[in-house]
Design a protein around this ligand. Structure first.
Ligand code: NCD
Length: 307
């Protein structure tokens, strides 16, 4: 039985296949309308979510399956003190596949170790968020036509932003990827990403504090919000929350074919006037999240794509 806890749980070939199926789903959605008839997805969300939970649910409904679950820890037996291990054992009796989001790093791994059904990590604390990465890869591939030979700028909260950690993990496997890591000193990427992923794999990267300086060389700009819920003290959050704001004026510094991605939700880091710019791809990205999760559910349930 396969789980998805980290983007590296799939080989590059498996990811290519998933993106190809997602591309076909975009073109021929009706072909897939019944491939998961009778199957159930459980969404176990111990942390807030809009896109991830609802796109998982939309994905399963689009495949003909059904969904059950909870959307906050308060409405589950976690509020009574139940462990994740016990909860997932029980959910395994009710559903065929489970997507779990939890504030603790490693929670999805604990779930997978105790599960009788495939588990998908829909975000574990500030650690990883592999299905957002699949969404990001599909978006980049469809906009740029490739996942290699790119200069990718990641901007904002690179310390706590789990989408950033997963995206770096996934992109370093493609040839000639350069990173420009734009953050205040307090929010730099964690040591394990810098040392064990970037330096260990000899990936070209630089760390900057200034977004303007980075913009002209980027093919992709991946903006992120400052992760309020992971701060220990509110003063630090308030001081750092508006450290980057992408505006139409800043967009003039970027290439005409540089696309802006953001996992969403946005707070202040992209001004709403940028939404009109044809290079703003973040709402399209949210749509791609449904196609790629449809492809993922099929893969984990071992359902073949119809001819
Ligand atoms: C991200 C997350 O939950 O990590 N959101 C999402 O899933 N699209 C990013 C964020 O919350 O900032």
């Amino acid at each position: 039985m396969k789980h998805l806890l980290n983007p590296l749980d799939f080989t590059v070939e498996e990811i290519d296949e998933l993106l190809a199926v997602a591309g076909d789903i975009e073109k021929n959605p009706s072909k897939y309308a019944h491939v998961c008839d009778g199957k159930k997805l459980a969404t176990c969300f111990y942390e807030p979510s809009t896109r991830t939970r609802l796109s998982f649910e939309a994905a399963m409904l689009n495949l003909g399956g059904s969904v059950l679950g909870f959307s906050s820890a308060d409405s589950s037996s976690a509020a009574k003190g139940e462990s994740i291990a016990d909860t997932i054992r029980v959910i395994s009796c009710y559903a065929d596949i489970c997507a779990i989001r939890h504030p603790k790093e490693g929670a999805a791994l604990v779930a997978a170790m105790n599960s009788g059904i495939p588990v998908v990590n829909a975000g574990d604390g500030g650690h990883q968020h592999p299905t957002q990465t699949l969404t990001d890869l599909l978006t980049i591939h469809s906009l740029k036509g490739r996942l290699d030979n790119l200069t990718v700028g990641l901007c904002g909260d690179l310390k706590f932003g789990r989408t950033v950690h997963s995206l770096i993990n996934a992109l370093v496997r493609y040839p000639n990827i350069r990173f420009v890591l734009i953050s205040p000193p307090e929010l730099r990427v964690p040591e394990y990403i810098r040392e064990d992923v970037l330096k260990a794999k000899n990936i070209e990267f630089k760390e900057l504090g200034n977004l303007d300086e980075a913009l002209p060389e980027l093919d992709i700009l991946y903006m992120t919000r400052v992760q309020k819920e992971r701060f220990f003290n509110e003063e630090d959050y308030i001081r750092l929350k508006d450290c980057y704001i992408l505006t139409p004026k800043k967009m003039k510094l970027a290439k005409s074919d540089m696309y802006v991605l953001h996992p969403l939700p946005r707070v202040n880091e992209i001004s709403v006037e940028v939404d009109k710019d044809p290079r703003a791809a973040y709402f399209k990205q949210a749509q791609y999240g449904v196609y790629v999760r449809m492809a993922l559910i099929m893969k984990l349930l071992e359902v073949n794509a119809p001819c």
